[in-house]
Design a protein around this ligand. Structure first.
Ligand code: LMR
Length: 396
């Protein structure tokens, strides 16, 4: 039965972890996967998470099945975070939110739901996009195309190209947009550019699907989520996937959500019933622990404040590392201006290095980034940055 099964290629991001783990070199640096490490190279366990876990342990609860759509207090907290607790969509009950297995799970629930709703719809992702976007939506049955996004020559956004791509899209096309901290390039739209995108999406009758995996890593929680308000103000229906993997440093707990903004409360109830079918037929219902932690933190004013503070510290340290990287590369003898690294935002820097250079970095120096030239600057620290700068200088 399985004799004809072919060996699949390694995952372009998570596959690097396996290679990194097997690398015996003591000075190896993993800038492949999007994970934040502190200045000691350790994965943080946030204080707010520890306090929430303590509170949960003080009242031990049995582990029954959760409702198909997850913990109600969690779903409500996500709605408030994404749209604003006092916002009209939340107050009028026209948002359907389900707990999901990470941001990826939120995307997949949305993909399966949309595919059933509009089997013939096309889907566009940015060029380039997170490697798993294409794979995930292709697996869900979509024909995946791209809209222009990155301008390699100018090191920035090809905004005119992006608008032109969206203007050329057929009505009903699903457009996957990065709400903030674009992965992999680190280049985001300005609020004024978002306004233009929203106008085109509306005029062309496209379906916006926002991936919000890095809320809080750009400029702040409110600032990074502001684009959602623009879509709401335009009166558009939309889907938003949320991830707490990064912002709570809860990678392994797989805590995410999908929110669908509908035209009315009645519509939201019907959409929710369909999302529940997608969940039930895939994994029945979500796991308890991670969602419970996030619900406790987001619903407790003190813990929430602590979370925002801790998230702010991560954001500031990443920005500092970007500056150190630019200075370090110059000191290591890189002649070209690498200042663009500080203009990028979020966890990643799209370095502009070729696949060949990335393979050399990995093979000769034990510095791991993706083949496409993406490096996770959130994994840089004062101990490894010198080695990284010297290694990059040696290959450029
Ligand atoms: C990344 O882009 O590295 C992260 O989103 C982790 C992942 O699952 O790929």
């Amino acid at each position: 039965l399985f004799s004809a099964v072919e060996m699949a290629p390694r995952d372009p991001i998570l596959g690097l972890n396996e290679q990194f783990a097997a690398d015996p070199r003591p000075n190896k640096v993993n800038l492949g996967v999007g994970v934040y490490y502190d200045d000691e190279g350790k994965l943080p366990l946030l204080q707010c998470v520890q306090l929430a876990e303590r509170a949960l342990m003080e009242k031990p609860a049995a582990r029954g099945y959760l409702p198909i759509d997850g913990i109600a207090a969690y779903d409500n907290a996500v709605k408030a975070l994404v749209f604003g607790a006092a916002s009209e969509p939340v107050q009028s009950g026209r948002v359907a939110t389900v707990q999901a297995i990470g941001g990826t799970g939120g995307l997949k629930i949305g993909a399966d739901f949309l595919k059933k709703l509009q089997p013939g719809a096309q889907l566009l992702i940015s060029d380039p996009s997170w490697e798993n976007h294409r794979a995930l939506f292709t697996q869900a049955g979509f024909e995946v195309g791209t809209y222009a996004y990155y301008d390699a020559a100018q090191r920035g956004l090809n905004f005119a190209g992006m608008l032109a791509s969206l203007e050329a899209a057929a009505p009903g096309t699903v457009v996957l947009l990065h709400a903030c901290c674009h992965n992999p390039t680190g280049y985001d739209l300005t609020p004024a550019q978002w306004a233009q995108v929203v106008a085109v999406v509306k005029a062309r009758g496209l379906t916006p699907f926002l991936d919000m995996a890095y809320q809080g890593f750009g400029h702040g929680i409110v600032e990074d989520g502001a684009v959602i308000q623009q879509f709401v103000a335009a009166g558009l229906d939309l889907l938003v996937s949320t991830s707490f993997s990064k912002s709570f440093s809860l990678y392994g707990e797989r805590v995410g959500a999908l929110s669908v903004l509908c035209a009315s409360k009645d519509e939201a109830a019907r959409v929710l019933s369909q999302l529940k079918i997608v969940i039930r037929t895939n994994y029945s219902n979500p796991p308890t622990h991670g969602g419970a932690i996030v619900a406790v933190v987001l619903n407790d004013p003190k813990l929430r404040e602590l979370w925002e503070h801790e998230l702010g510290e991560m954001r500031v340290r990443i920005k500092h590392m970007r500056q150190q990287l630019v200075a370090g590369l110059k000191a290591a003898g890189v002649a070209q201006d690498m200042g663009f690294i500080t203009e990028q935002i979020g966890m990643f820097s799209y370095s502009g290095l070729s696949k060949e250079q990335m393979l050399r970095l990995r093979g000769e120096f034990g510095v791991y980034g993706t083949d496409t030239g993406r490096m996770c600057v959130a994994a840089l620290n004062s101990h490894n940055i010198g080695h990284v700068c010297r290694s990059i200088a040696a290959v450029v």
